[in-house]
Design a protein around this ligand. Structure first.
Ligand code: FAD
Length: 115
């Protein structure tokens, strides 16, 4: 069975890299595609307790992904990146890890630094 930590690290790398390469301004079809991806991801992620908590987080009104919504999380790279950063910080808090400074999101995941 997959190791929850190794799987988690690799998965966050994928999710943040996807967020960092999302269009600066996303057209409606890209927004719908991303909502679908996140929804399916939340049902197939092979750490079932992780997936369950993630599903609950994405269902909260303030975290809901609504395609086409004015100023919504899916509108473009900056807002979607902050959403993903928030999702990860929720897990960091739960696990007692340090919260990540989301103002450094682009530096970490787009322009790049080594860690
Ligand atoms: P990780 O948390 O994997 O982070 C990797 C790197 O991402 C860090 O080194 C840092 O540079 C960067 N980073 C950290 N926080 C952020 C942020 N907020 N935004 C952007 N970049 C950031 N594990 C459990 O034990 N229980 C769970 O319920 C659980 N739920 C998970 C849910 C999801 C959707 C995912 C993808 C993973 C989950 N995990 C869970 C795994 C957990 O989040 C970690 O991946 C794992 O514990 C390894 O942690 P790490 O300290 O190596 O760094």
């Amino acid at each position: 069975p997959p190791d929850v930590e190794t799987l988690g690290r690799s998965t966050w790398t994928l999710l943040h890299t996807i967020a960092a390469t999302y269009p600066a301004t996303a057209p409606p079809e890209k927004q719908t595609e991303m909502k679908t991806f996140i929804g399916i991801f939340s049902r197939i992620y092979p750490c079932w307790v992780c997936a369950e908590d993630f599903r609950q987080w994405i269902e909260r009104p303030e975290n809901k992904l609504v395609p086409g919504q004015e100023g919504g999380h899916l509108g473009g790279r900056a807002s979607f990146g902050q959403w993903m950063c928030g999702a990860h910080n929720e897990v960091n808090r739960k696990l007692g890890k340090r919260e990540f400074d989301c103002s450094r999101y682009e530096e970490r995941w787009r322009t790049g630094w080594a860690d």
